[in-house]
Design a protein around this ligand. Structure first.
Ligand SMILES: [Zn+2]
Length: 230
């Protein structure tokens, strides 16, 4: 088990978007607005692990006619609210020369505009929507690799594995079930909401947070050494 003495040193930070950087889960908001009945049943089934995230999200968007995609886009863009403290957190990463990658199971049509002010500072891994058919089709950017049991849609642990580099530790920041598999292989985890329960269930140590101010305070204060999730 590796135990870093201090936060100093190279960290690669992987941060979820939906419900983590954005206050609300945008996929959830879109589903609630555009396919409330059938869509919310699918959200519940994913949260209960009855459907994989991949199956759930593909089916949810498959319920939305492509003719409504423009409406979906403007709804999402106008409803994104960034969580308190995110700009300060981006500045902290830049100051420390930490690589910040936003890893989102969501889509470029709302993630890119929301993060445009920070675009030079961050790398973004997210998905795309194909609207050429009758209904929306999800195009996953990073499918599961051989080390994953599958079903992620966008495979966050695969993104961490692809980007692991010698001498740098990996930090994961997230809120949901889609972050759980990545939390298992990260060196340090900040968790809120459902990810806390998932980490408890899997015995993964984590630091709880509500806003990015909490994370910045923890990273700047650094009382004692961080617990390490492995
Ligand atoms: Zn996977």
């Amino acid at each position: 088990m590796r135990r870093p003495d201090v936060w100093d040193g190279a960290w690669d930070v992987f941060c979820d978007f939906d419900g983590t950087i954005s206050e609300k889960d945008m996929i959830g908001q879109i589903v609630k607005r555009f396919v409330p009945e059938e869509g919310l049943v699918l959200v519940d089934r994913v949260n209960r692990h009855e459907l994989t995230v991949q199956e759930g999200v593909e089916r949810m968007f498959g319920l939305i006619p492509s003719a409504r995609f423009d409406e979906v886009k403007s709804f999402a863009i106008s409803h994104v609210r960034l969580r308190q403290g995110f700009p300060a957190f981006v500045r902290l990463c830049r100051r420390r020369d930490w690589r910040l990658t936003v890893v989102s199971g969501g889509f470029d049509f709302f993630v890119e505009p929301a993060l445009a002010p920070f675009r030079d500072e961050i790398d973004i891994v997210c998905n795309h929507i194909d609207d050429r058919g009758p209904t929306l089709k999800v195009v996953w950017s990073t499918p599961c690799d051989a080390a994953c049991e599958g079903g992620c849609g966008l495979c966050k642990p695969a993104v961490l594995r692809q980007r692991r580099r010698p001498g740098a530790r990996q930090m994961l920041i997230g809120d949901g079930v889609t972050d759980a598999k990545a939390a298992r292989i990260a060196d340090f985890v900040f968790a809120r909401d459902r990810l806390r329960g998932e980490c408890d269930r899997m015995g993964i140590p984590y630091e709880a947070f509500e806003t990015f101010d909490d994370i910045v305070a923890r990273l700047e204060g650094a009382p004692g050494e961080p617990e390490v999730a492995r």
